[in-house]
Each structure stands twice: as structure tokens, then as C-alpha cells.
Write a protein of this length. Structure first.
Length: 75
């Protein structure tokens, strides 16, 4: 795994965590949604830098390597 690929996967994981936190309480969700702009931009730029834009299979394989719990197999 290349450094840029790791950075892209990590950015996605951070975005996912931020999104889950923002949506944890649906009543407060609209207040926190603007805070997702920065993590979305970071993830988008990291995907582009790693050459993973449009290559979801490769990208999610990398994410699973870094964060196996995101596969849903622990549910």
C-alpha cells in the first residue's frame, strides 16, 4: 500500500466517523452538517492524489485493510 493510498483510506475513515457523529442525533444533524465540508474535501483530494477516484474496488479494499470493522462482518 502506497503512502498516498493510506492517506486516502484514512481520510475516508475520518469522514465516515465525522458523518456518523453528525447524524447521531437526527434533531441536531442540520447543525453539524456544515462541519463535514472539510473532511469531505480532504477525502476527495486524497482520493485524487492517490489515483483512486473512480476505482472504488481498490479503494474499499484498502479501507478494509486499515479498518476491518467497516466490512460489517462484526455485526
Amino acid at each position: 500500500m502506497h503512502e498516498t493510498e493510506v492517506a486516502a483510506a484514512q481520510a475516508y475513515i475520518r469522514l465516515l466517523a465525522a458523518t456518523r457523529a453528525a447524524l447521531a442525533d437526527p434533531a441536531d444533524g442540520p447543525l453539524y452538517m456544515p462541519l463535514l465540508a472539510s473532511p469531505m474535501k480532504e477525502a476527495d483530494e486524497a482520493l485524487h492524489s492517490a489515483g483512486l477516484t473512480g476505482n472504488e474496488d481498490r479503494f474499499f479494499a484498502l479501507v478494509r485493510k486499515l479498518q476491518p470493522s467497516l466490512t460489517g462482518s462484526d455485526r
